[in-house]
Ligand binder design. Structure first.
Ligand code: AMP
Length: 214
């Protein structure tokens, strides 16, 4: 099974991708995580993209396409994979169709207001990566990670100004991809407003329905 997961940052793409990867026993590939790892390791790529990522813009199509293309050649991808955060432009979607045959595209839809509320309230542990939300999932002690006791931080790209820019970029560059997959009869649209479990269920059910009707 080869899945593409579309949605604005904050729609729960990462969470749903991890759950689907586990359910179908396929590889989870997040371009955002790969790029953040480059930044953390201060690789040549990491240094080059730092400012772009911090300001909520997209890194170059060529770079992410190359990263994904290489990754898909790995033995861990032979059973299938879920692409989280890729493609993000029509150019990337077209390039992907040249080297991979996607079975399903899921669009997790969320209103701009919900995105702003979710992202600006998000906090992360810089040591173990555990995520929190100041209102919906606060740590037991304010600003301290429950798991490892490290002080929590706000991701640079979760700051209000950057979130607005990420939304703008999503509407302008990524939204057209929804139509791209819809025209190819691959699209499943689900609401990202409900509980995490319910959203996962509706994706799995949606997949079953479409494969039964094919
Ligand atoms: P994410 O964790 O998916 O929200 O991605 C975080 C940031 O990584 C984005 O705001 C972009 O700067 C960059 N990024 C991730 N995936 C892509 C992609 N497919 N194309 C361009 N930039 C990307």
């Amino acid at each position: 099974m080869k899945i593409v997961l579309l949605g604005v940052s904050g729609a729960g793409k990462g969470t749903q991708s991890k759950r689907l990867a586990k359910h179908y026993n396929i590889e989870h590939i997040s371009t955002g995580d790969i790029l953040r790892d480059h930044m953390a390791r201060k690789t040549e790529i990491g240094v080059e993209i730092q400012h772009i990522m911090d300001t909520g813009r997209l890194v170059s199509d060529e770079l992410v396409i190359e990263i994904v293309k290489e990754k898909l050649k790995g033995p861990e991808c032979t059973r299938g994979y879920i692409l989280d955060g890729f493609p993000r432009t029509i150019f990337q979607a077209e390039a992907l169709s040249g080297f991979a045959e996607i079975d399903k595209a899921v669009y997790v839809k969320l209103s701009d207001d919900s995105v702003i509320e979710r992202l600006t309230g998000r906090r992360v542990c810089p040591k173990c990566g555990q995520m929190y939300h100041i209102k919906n999932f606060p740590p037991k002690v304010a600003d301290i990670c429950d798991v490892c006791g490290t002080g929590l931080v706000q991701r640079e790209d979760d700051k209000a100004e950057t979130v607005m820019e990420r939304l703008r970029v999503f509407h302008e560059l990524t939204e057209p991809i929804i139509d791209f997959y819809s025209k190819r009869n691959l699209l499943l649209e689900v609401s990202g407003e409900g509980a995490i479990d319910e959203i996962t269920e509706s994706i799995i059910e949606g997949f079953q329905k479409t494969s039964n009707s094919q």
